[in-house]
Design a protein around this ligand. Structure first.
Ligand code: SF4
Ligand code: SF4
Length: 67
């Protein structure tokens, strides 16, 4: 169970993501997964730290309001 709900979480645009895998090890809670060539961000796991967004070479990750 999450202790603190973040204001924002990361989302991926699968039309832009090239599945390079660079962002996976950058996520402290390991909330980004690449399975069957599809990248997903675990809503329940993302802490909103934004560490994945800047390094993505194609700008496929963005922060959105947690809702
Ligand atoms: S770094 Fe960007 S392009 Fe690479 S897998 Fe992550 S979201 Fe996709
Ligand atoms: S914002 Fe932080 S916790 Fe959320 S997916 Fe990106 S690196 Fe992981």
């Amino acid at each position: 169970m999450r202790r603190v709900t973040p204001d924002t979480i990361a989302v991926v645009d699968l039309a832009v993501c090239d599945r390079c895998g660079l962002c996976l090890p950058l996520c402290p809670p390991e909330a980004i997964h690449l399975e069957l060539n599809v990248l997903t961000v675990d809503r329940a796991g993302c802490t909103g730290c934004e560490k994945c967004v800047g390094p993505c070479p194609v700008g496929a990750l963005a922060m959105v309001a947690y809702a």
